[in-house]
Design a protein around this ligand. Structure first.
Ligand code: F6P
Ligand code: MG
Length: 443
């Protein structure tokens, strides 16, 4: 029998002074406080829309959230979900699994359990606080922040849409080298777009101010794993193999709404317009998640905003993208698995339908930090462990992570590389200043 190597421990707030500890202690309660404030501020609106029933629901939701914050701050055991939403049973099974890992030594609690589990659980409980309180059940407490990020990134969005529409004018005349250069540029815009996430700043402003294309060159040294050449080869070869046969499908597992989403949509449009791909599937979240993650509402709202913008190239983008959705060459999907606490190595077992669907893709692009944590299991890996090993048998299709580092886990570095950065920049794993374009082709 092949030897089974033990996996490293999960990141957790039980490691005092770690980023997980700081997050559970400070940032998560801040996010809950903001959610409570947001509900307070919308009281009148709830009254206008639903009368007294709306106000009562708001009060109940606030008391759910205050209770949740108290449980978290006093390190209470994580309790089973009591709602009847479709994913509740899976969550409770996962809680049992965490309990079994403790072998009778206490209950899973906020500071003692894996960080990934409790952080995901908090967002699921926020969702329950609203969903269980009709008539305000579909209110997204993070919506305003996501919209604000979009509006504050307006100039950067204009710069990007303008650049892209100019590029489209002569895209047919580009030679291979030029096409590759443009792909690399838009991949980098999408990578650095991942700096704009709101859970990282505990909901404080985090938008793209400057032109996203200007300083790409200067930022190349901060891409500590750069597999863009491999991505290019994969797309090139997929196209050659598939000429006049079947379609080349790319899937983007989305992260944040706002500027990051626009950068992903531009990249997508480029893949299709350059004929590197024929069809793109987007995977969003089915409930509000990690403050700024993209839901179906955010996705549609963004395209509508672009369409109706008072700027020719922005609105051209929006109109084209709406058309792509209608034609079915852009497909938006969501699956409850993306908002479960499970890491991706358990997808084949927990969500075999999603796994089978991803197997139909030629390339999976995973955006952002949380996706990276779920890909690699959110563990204390040695920096030099190969990405393939950390994926732990998750290989539905060739995949690539585009992620800025905002949590202290990283694999696939060269010997000494991590230590060298650490020596001069102790915060390198959590500052968002560094990024990876990390690819794994092996099935
Ligand atoms: O710690 C920062 C954080 O809030 C993490 O909890 C999470 O991994 C990340 O930000 C979310 O980032 P992203 O939006 O890139 O997935
Ligand atoms: Mg996010």
């Amino acid at each position: 029998m092949a030897a089974v190597t033990a996996l490293p421990v999960s990141l957790s707030a039980r490691f005092k002074g770690s980023f997980a500890y700081f997050t559970v202690k400070d940032r998560l309660p801040q996010i809950l406080t903001k959610a409570i404030d947001t509900l307070h501020r919308h009281k009148n609106e709830f009254f206008e829309e639903h009368g007294e029933k709306g106000v009562e629901a708001e009060k109940r939701a606030i008391s759910f959230l205050s209770k949740l914050r108290n449980e978290l701050q006093t390190d209470k055991p994580v309790t089973p979900l009591e709602d009847e939403l479709p994913d509740a049973a899976l969550w409770n099974q996962y809680l049992d699994y965490q309990r079994n890992l403790l072998n009778g030594n206490g209950e899973p609690s906020w500071f003692q359990s894996p960080w990934l589990f409790v952080e995901c659980y908090m967002y699921r409980r926020i969702h329950a606080a609203l969903a269980q309180n009709p008539p305000i059940g579909s209110f997204d407490v993070f919506k305003e922040g996501k919209a604000q990020n979009f509006f504050e990134s307006q100039e950067a969005i204009i710069a990007l849409c303008t650049y892209f529409q100019e590029l489209l004018k002569n895209i047919k005349d580009l030679d291979e080298k030029q096409l590759q250069g443009e792909l690399f540029k838009l991949l980098q815009v999408s990578l650095w777009g991942n700096k704009c996430d709101l859970s990282f700043s505990a909901g404080e402003k985090s938008s793209q101010k400057s032109s996203p294309l200007q300083c790409l060159e200067d930022m190349v040294p901060y891409i500590i794993v750069n597999d863009m050449e491999k991505l290019w080869s994969l797309l090139r070869n997929a196209k050659k193999r598939n000429t006049d046969k079947c379609t080349v499908r790319v899937d983007i597992i989305l992260d944040n709404a706002g500027f990051e989403l626009v950068s992903d949509l531009v990249l997508t449009d480029f893949l299709l317009s350059s004929k590197l791909a024929d069809e793109v599937h987007f995977h969003g979240k089915s409930i509000p998640w990690y403050v700024s993650d993209t839901t179906k509402n955010d996705f549609n709202w963004t395209i509508k905003q672009l369409q109706s913008a008072n700027h020719m190239w922005m609105s051209r983008c929006g109109i084209n993208w709406e058309g792509n959705l209608k034609k079915g060459i852009w497909v938006y999907q969501d699956h409850m698995f993306w908002t479960l606490p499970h890491i991706y190595s358990s997808m084949a077992e927990v969500a075999p339908d999603l796994y089978a669907d991803l197997q139909k893709s030629n390339l999976l692009l995973f955006k952002g930090d949380l996706n990276y944590r779920k890909l690699t299991g959110d563990r204390k890996w040695e920096y030099t462990v190969p990405f393939h090993q950390a994926l732990n048998k998750f290989h539905p299709a060739p995949l690539c992570s585009l992620r800025t580092l905002k949590s202290d886990t990283q694999v696939g570095l060269k010997p000494g590389q991590g230590e060298q950065i650490q020596a001069s920049e102790p915060e390198w794993m959590i500052s968002g200043k560094y990024g990876v374009v990390q690819f794994d082709a092996t099935p």
